[in-house]
Design a protein around this ligand. Structure first.
Ligand SMILES: CNc1nc2c(CC[C@H]3O[C@H](OC)[C@H](OC)[C@@H](OC)[C@@H]3OC)c3nc(N)[nH]c(=O)c3cc2[nH]1
Length: 375
């Protein structure tokens, strides 16, 4: 049986150990390391598929939990699946809903069977489990599905993280058993274990023994310091097979994308660029720039002089400030376009630096200009 998703290793950076690769999926190839724009409700907020292609987005994310609640996965399935529903013919990855249930839903009760919770929209009593999460993602038709897991809160008692991680391994096995179309959709497992090396080793051992086509590192970017996150990555990434994609969930500030790539991570997602764009905060080559600030009222230069994106080629900081202050939707679109392009372009530079065996130099140059502390 041909696997739906395969990883092709291109080369390893001699200076950093980062790796250049390609993830082959039924809807196209993804050059890695890559940043994946988040499209929670079947849209990358305010962007059209054409604009996402223009900025060279290779893959986008969507959300099992949110689509389960609204419009319902049955409607998406009746529309012909998520690709058709949102007019996106490139790869789609969906999260399993685990994280969202624990972070969004009220009145949730976790059992071995699954999670009972109330919808954060209308209070309806709902239930998510490995089997239900797989049924929903099967209906959505995503190219990459995530196993149903619990992302333990941070901080959390060692015993709680141990019990939760062991249950996540049992849930992963149940996901595998209820995987209806492995030749069309790849199921990635999610390594947990909190900030404890022994639990990370146990989680990776459990999951890699079940031979998934790809592995995510979960349970990070949940409030821990970046240094602690990098420490956990240092001992967790090497536990994962070299010939499979590695996805670090929920990570997307420029410094974390660089440090994660250096540690061998291939895929990243984060709501940061789209979320901060909506209040007029942008990422530029000189660091963060809050374009709604008064100092830009008469600044007729581009948002980022080093950027060649649609926003920076055609509009000024003064115009963007005016639109954002006036709550004009076009303003949100222009800042969102730029922020997504910024991270997608950053990852293009990361891939080029790996090709030239100089990713550590690139990271240092980037931090000198961007500024280490204003991510
Ligand atoms: C921020 N730190 C962060 N985000 C973690 C997400 C969610 C990623 C999710 O984060 C938003 O949902 C809330 C995005 O929607 C807004 C989702 O995009 C579709 C995205 O799904 C991949 C995790 N998801 C699972 N299943 N397991 C995790 O351990 C985990 C850890 C995360 N840390």
């Amino acid at each position: 049986m041909t696997a739906a998703v395969t990883y092709e290793h291109i080369k390893t950076c001699k200076q950093s150990g980062a790796r250049l690769g390609r993830v082959h999926t039924p809807h196209g190839v993804i050059d890695t390391p890559t940043f994946m724009p988040v499209g929670t409700l079947a849209t990358v907020k305010t962007m059209s598929p054409e604009e996402l292609k223009a900025m060279e987005a290779q893959i986008i994310l969507s959300n099992t939990y949110h689509l389960f609640l609204r419009p319902g996965h049955d409607i998406v399935q009746a529309a012909g699946g998520l690709h058709k529903f949102m007019n996106w013919d490139r790869p789609i990855l969906t999260d399993s809903g685990g994280f969202q249930v624990f972070s969004l839903a009220e009145m949730r009760k976790i059992t071995e069977e699954g999670v009972h919770f109330r919808s954060h929209l209308n209070g309806d009593k709902l239930f998510l489990s490995p089997e239900v999460a797989m049924e929903i993602q099967n209906a959505l038709g995503s190219d990459i599905m995530m196993a149903f897991d619990e992302c333990p809160p941070f901080p959390a008692e060692y015993e709680y993280v141990k019990k939760s991680t062991e249950r996540t391994s049992r849930w992963a096995e149940r996901c595998l058993k209820s995987h209806a179309r492995p030749q069309d959709q790849a199921l990635f497992a999610i390594v947990q274990g909190g900030m404890h090396e022994d639990l990370r080793v146990q989680s990776a051992r459990d999951l890699t023994s079940m031979d998934f086509p790809g592995y995510a590192i979960g349970g990070l970017s949940v409030g821990e310091s970046k240094q602690l996150m990098y420490e956990v990555l240092d001992y967790t990434v090497p536990l994962l097979p070299e010939n499979k994609p590695r996805y670090l969930m929920g990570v997307g500030s420029p410094d974390a994308l660089l440090e994660g790539s250096i540690r061998g991570v291939d895929m990243f997602d984060c709501v940061l660029p789209t979320r901060i764009a909506r209040n007029g905060t942008t990422m530029t080559s000189q660091g963060r720039l809050v374009v709604r600030n008064a100092q830009y009222a008469r600044d007729f230069g581009p948002l980022d002089p080093e950027c060649d994106c649609y926003t920076c080629r055609n509009y000024s900081r003064a115009y963007l400030r005016h639109l954002i202050k006036s709550d004009e939707t076009f303003g949100l679109r222009l800042t969102t376009y730029h922020n997504l392009h910024f991270l997608i372009n950053l990852m293009k530079n990361v891939r080029e630096s790996i090709m030239e065996d100089r990713l550590l130099d690139f990271r240092d140059e980037f931090f000198d200009k961007y500024g280490l502390h204003n991510n």
